[in-house]
Write a protein that binds this ligand. Structure first.
Ligand code: NAI
Ligand code: MG
Length: 354
């Protein structure tokens, strides 16, 4: 079988880390022998925008539709407003392909740095199920009386019954399958429509999962506990905005941005899903060979899980852990002196060794 993968490397360190991700996936397919990857590169980026006035062509979504998956680096540049790079490409793809699950592992691998005192490595092992299609990122709102003294802006949070139910159900299913607890993170005390509704649906869907042990936390308390007592979290379900913020906190306690991956899933596989490191284009280190490609390798591992090769997904995580423990071939963010491509080569070498 051949999997067709659309590669959107993007800006800054995006192309640097994606090159390593592609290298690793090719090696996995070569070693497996039962499938292969065919990669098609799309130049959509800030540079493309500066040339054409668009982040992607008008039929960009149609061009991506036939692919089995999308592998994305990062978009963002000091020369283009972030609202454009992100809304017109990333958020557009997530929305149009109904990638309503954002799955973000927060797991402290052996050898990975952690800024928390008194924490055991096994205590940081959680999975965020972040709502990825609506909420505060739905793009709904109004800008009234622009530039007048009574100027007002309104940013709506959009929460549909269907949208809440499907992400909450996904999280319950995952908790059931993995025999883990499920924590609902919301803010019903202050967001008196959206989060009251969300909590209500969490309770409703939960009736079908009496076997799953649940907890509910307000987002502010949850952010404190992620630092003070991360052990209490296993599977977490939360809204788009809260999930965005909490998963950066998660990255910080589990090895840093250079190790954090995220999958944007359309679980029904009606449309392609998208796999990406969660970091941005890092203009401060772009073009210097300093970018850590391991977050991208981790997202490649999520792609392999999703395509039905969890044994290869696990293998890649084990190799990342080996690199972290050995501390010989790591990029500067993890205290090493290796370049981006040396780290990718080392992952490939370890794959060949097994
Ligand atoms: P960033 O994630 O690009 O960088 C934050 C810090 O982490 C920087 O010091 C950077 O050097 C470091 N860093 C990030 N990834 C790294 C890696 N793989 N290896 C080593 N160090 C790494 O976030 P920032 O600076 O807020 O945003 C830069 C640009 O990226 C902006 O234009 C932003 O809009 C865009 N962005 C794009 C995202 C995406 O495409 N998914 C996500 C986040 C930001
Ligand atoms: Mg983010």
């Amino acid at each position: 079988h051949t999997y067709n993968i659309a590669v959107i490397a993007g800006d800054g360190i995006g192309p640097e880390v994606l090159a390593e991700g592609v290298k690793v996936l090719k090696e996995v397919a070569a070693l497996d022998g039962t499938f292969q990857f065919s990669f098609t590169h799309f130049p959509w980026s800030s540079a493309y925008y500066l040339k054409t006035g668009k982040m992607m062509p008008d039929d960009g979504i149609d061009q991506l539709r036939p692919f089995d998956a999308i592998f994305l680096g990062a978009v963002g540049s000091p020369d283009v407003p972030n609202s454009v790079t992100s809304r017109d490409l990333l958020i557009r793809i997530r929305h149009d392909f109904d990638q309503y699950i954002n799955l973000r592992p927060v797991k402290l691998l052996k050898g990975a740095p952690c800024p928390l005192a008194d924490v055991k490595r096994e205590d940081i092992d959680m999975t965020f199920v972040r709502e990825n299609s609506e909420g505060e990122y739905a793009g709904s709102g109004a800008w009234l009386y622009k530039d007048q003294p009574n100027e007002v802006v309104i940013q709506n949070g959009v929460f549909s019954r269907k949208g809440c139910e499907r992400v909450i159900r996904y999280a319950y299913e995952l908790a059931r399958k993995e025999h883990k607890t499920l924590t609902n993170i919301s803010k019903g005390n202050a967001l008196n429509y959206s989060m009251v509704f969300w909590d209500q649906i969490f309770a409703e869907v939960g009736k079908e999962y009496p076997d799953v042990k649940t907890y509910s936390l307000l987002v502010d308390a949850a952010s404190m506990f992620m630092v003070k007592n991360p052990k209490r979290f296993q599977i977490i379900v939360t809204s788009n905005l809260f999930g965005d913020i909490l998963t950066d906190l998660g990255a910080a306690i589990a090895g840093g941005m250079g190790l954090a991956a995220g999958a944007n899933l359309n679980p029904e596989k009606k449309f392609p899903s998208m796999f990406e490191p969660i970091h941005g284009s890092a203009p401060d280190i772009a073009g210097q060979g300093k970018a850590n490609p391991l977050a991208t390798v981790w997202s490649a591992s999520q792609m392999l899980d999703f395509l039905g090769y969890p044994q290869w997904g696990k293998k890649l995580i084990a190799i990342i852990e080996d690199l972290l423990v050995e501390k010989k071939v790591l990029t500067p963010d993890l205290g090493g002196t290796a370049t981006t491509s040396q780290v990718g080569d080392e992952v490939v070498r370890k794959l060949e060794e097994t």
